[in-house]
Every structure is written in structure tokens, then in C-alpha cells.
Design a protein around this ligand. Structure first.
Ligand SMILES: O=P(O)(O)OC[C@H]1O[C@H](OP(=O)(O)OP(=O)(O)O)[C@H](O)[C@@H]1O
Ligand SMILES: O=c1cc[nH]c(=O)[nH]1
Ligand SMILES: [Mg+2]
Length: 212
């Protein structure tokens, strides 16, 4: 698995404001949206393209177009929804699949309550978006769903990752023979006894959408 930490002062600045406990929900949503745009720039560096011909008002030239089938973007509900709009704005022609997943607060195991993915992902590039990678249980299950459907190139974009979660991903998915990439805005210190990222930003879903 390739791990890429997007090291950029604008990302660091926006992440700091996102972490701040006094940042209100509307501002948190805007920052998450801006951050995914910046991270997606890095995460789509190897998006599949092909040459195409384009006629400008002056001449005909060779340009670049996204290949078909277009990539699939998969937000993990709830919190991943806060990163969907930014992805679709950048790549309006993508398809979107949905996974609804929630961690059990006691066992920290991921439970899937909604799975609305295409039936066949044969040779599709997929981009998973979810702000937090904590124990990694959620992301491991999400990646397995996509691999089982035939995806052959998967990139997960998160805002903050815990070292424990990255290790878990490497342990569970290291044997796969397709490219798996993690793009994150930061790698934090560790998880606390409740499975929260330290220093982190708290519960991303609650901060985006209120307590549930
Ligand atoms: O790496 P893990 O330990 O699996 O934890 C990460 C998951 O926890 C959060 O979702 P949560 O379960 O809080 O659901 P929510 O988005 O509905 O708030 C987060 O958005 C990830 O999906
Ligand atoms: O710190 C954490 C860990 C899991 N999920 C969150 O929303 N925040
Ligand atoms: Mg939550």
C-alpha cells in the first residue's frame, strides 16, 4: 500500500481550523469541502486518461480526456458525505456508490447498514472518501467490498489518519495484488482508549451533521 501525506501549508492551515473545537458546523463543512479538493489534486495524479482531439478556435490539437468507464467515488456515510461534493465538482462525470458504515462504540468494529455499489466494478478505478482513519476497521471492510466487485485500483482519501489504522490496513490488505493508495492530510499521534484519534478533531460525523 502506498501512503501519501499531502504536505502543503494550505492543507495544514485548513486542518488546524478543522481541529479547533470552536469551529462551528457550517465552517467545518466548508473546510472539509475545501480540503478534499486539495487532497484530490494529489490523489488523482494517476487517474486514467486517454488522448483525444480538440478543435480550438485556432487549430486542432491533441488533448486529454478521462477514460471510460469513469472512476467511481464512494463516500462512507455519514462523515464521508462531507467530502463528496468536492470530488464531484472536480470530476462531474464520475459515478457515485454509497456505503453506510458505523463503528460500534464499545467493540470499535465496523457495521455496514447500507451498501449501494454498482454490481460490477471490473477494471474500475475507485476513490473512497471518509475524513477519519482510526482503527482502520471501516476502511478495510470498504476496500474489501470494492475488491470483491472487481475494482483494480483503489485510492482512499482521508483528512486525518492514525498510525494504528495505517498498520491495520497494511496488515489486512498488503497481500492484494492491485494498487491501494492512501492519501491523507495528516498522520496523528495515536488512538485513545475510546478509539478516537489524538489530537484528531473529535467525531467528524457529529461535527458535520450534529449528534446522532
Ligand atoms: O477507522 P475506524 O476505527 O473504523 O473509524 C473510522 C470511522 O469512524 C467514523 O465514522 P462513524 O462510525 O463515527 O460513523 P458516522 O460517520 O456516522 O459518524 C469515520 O467517519 C470513519 O468511518
Ligand atoms: O477520532 C475519530 C475516530 C473515529 N471517528 C471519528 O469521527 N473520529
Ligand atoms: Mg461518527
Amino acid at each position: 500500500m502506498r501512503v501519501h501525506v499531502a504536505d502543503h501549508p494550505l492543507i495544514a492551515h485548513k486542518l488546524t481550523r478543522l481541529r479547533d473545537e470552536s469551529t462551528d458546523s457550517p465552517t467545518f463543512r466548508r473546510l472539509a469541502d475545501e480540503l478534499v479538493t486539495l487532497l484530490a489534486y494529489e490523489a488523482t495524479r494517476e487517474i486514467r486518461t486517454e488522448q483525444c482531439e480538440v478543435r480550438t478556435p485556432v487549430a486542432t490539437t491533441t488533448g486529454t480526456a478521462l477514460t471510460t468507464p469513469k472512476p467511481l467515488v464512494v463516500p462512507i456515510l455519514r462523515a464521508g458525505l462531507g467530502m463528496l461534493e468536492g470530488m464531484v465538482r472536480l470530476m462531474p462525470t464520475v459515478e457515485v456508490g454509497f456505503l453506510g458504515m458505523v463503528r460500534n462504540e464499545e467493540t470499535l468494529e465496523a457495521h455496514t447498514y447500507a451498501n449501494r455499489l454498482p454490481d460490477d466494478l471490473d477494471r474500475r478505478q475507485c476513490y473512497i472518501v471518509d475524513p477519519m482513519l482510526a482503527t482502520g476497521g471501516t476502511l478495510v471492510d470498504a476496500i474489501r467490498y470494492l475488491v470483491d466487485l472487481g475494482a483494480d485500483d483503489i485510492t482512499a482519501i482521508v483528512l486525518i489518519a492514525a498510525p494504528e489504522g495505517i498498520e491495520h490496513l497494511e496488515r489486512e490488505l498488503g497481500h492484494l495484488d492491485i494498487p491501494i493508495t492512501l492519501v491523507t492530510g495528516a498522520i496523528d499521534e495515536h488512538l485513545d482508549e475510546h478509539g478516537f484519534i489524538v489530537p484528531g478533531l473529535g467525531d467528524a460525523g457529529d461535527r458535520l451533521y450534529g449528534l446522532a
